[in-house]
Design a protein around this ligand. Structure first.
Ligand code: GLY
Length: 233
């Protein structure tokens, strides 16, 4: 397959529709629903209320492709895989499936649809935050191993690397497991089960959510055999 941006997006949306996800549209780069950020930095902003427990009209499984502006890693922009503006594909579980299904979906899409050999992937999982009583994520590592990822391909990392959110100072967040191809993170599955409050405490959310993010430009670079996102066609 000669992968293009359009084909990758279509393949992702179709894959998750077949897994009973409903597609939601890309929203404005100026967020309407989330006052904690200046720009839409991820697909989660229009979904905050639903991550907090409100019922989404389209159900508990959603899929989208969201344009994002991210400035937190601006110092790295200009290397081979950092951009301030990018597109992110995401599948969402709003209190529906959890780690097993999320990781199985990621594995199936990467290896069966995109045909990336599993031995070329490196996986990271959360090593735990004992100060805040958040445990090491051995569950995700075991799921990856059951799928055929070797122990030597999996690393446990801390909050700097394997934790996502909140996007602003408060809100939904959680540990993630990340998928790398030759050192470039192409996808993360975030297990959003906490809400960070104003005091900086992590409280369990009323429901366990999954928020995944696949970088379109980075994944396209892999599929087109390019070293840099700036070389993708
Ligand atoms: N899925 C979370 C993010 O990378 O923005």
């Amino acid at each position: 397959m000669n992968w293009t941006r359009e084909k990758l997006i279509e393949a992702y949306i179709d894959f998750f529709k077949k897994k009973r996800h409903k597609e939601i549209p890309n929203v404005s780069l100026i967020p309407r629903e989330d006052p904690t950020v200046l720009f839409t930095t991820a697909g989660m902003h229009p979904l905050i209320l639903f991550l907090l427990g409100q019922k989404h009209p389209l159900g508990k499984r959603l899929v989208n492709n969201q344009k994002c502006i991210r400035t937190t890693d601006i110092e790295e922009v200009g290397d081979e895989n950092h951009l301030t503006f990018f597109e992110m594909l995401g599948n969402w579980s709003l209190g529906d499936y959890w780690k097993k299904e999320a990781i199985e979906f990621s594995f199936e899409f990467l290896t069966k649809i995109l045909k990336i050999p599993k031995q070329k992937l490196t996986i990271t999982c959360f090593k735990g935050d004992f100060k805040n009583h958040i445990p090491k994520d051995t569950e995700s590592a075991k799921i990856w191993q059951k799928l055929g990822i070797k122990k030597s391909q999996i690393r446990f990392l801390g909050k700097e690397e394997n934790w996502w959110g909140p996007a602003g100072k408060t809100g939904p967040c959680g540990p993630d497991t990340e998928m790398f191809f030759q050192g470039s993170e192409i996808w993360n599955d975030v297990f959003m089960q906490y809400n960070k409050d104003k005091q900086g405490r992590y409280k369990e959310l009323s429901q366990k959510n999954v928020d995944t993010g696949m970088g379109v430009e980075r994944t396209l670079a892999v599929l087109q055999g390019k070293k840099s996102v700036y070389e993708t066609l």
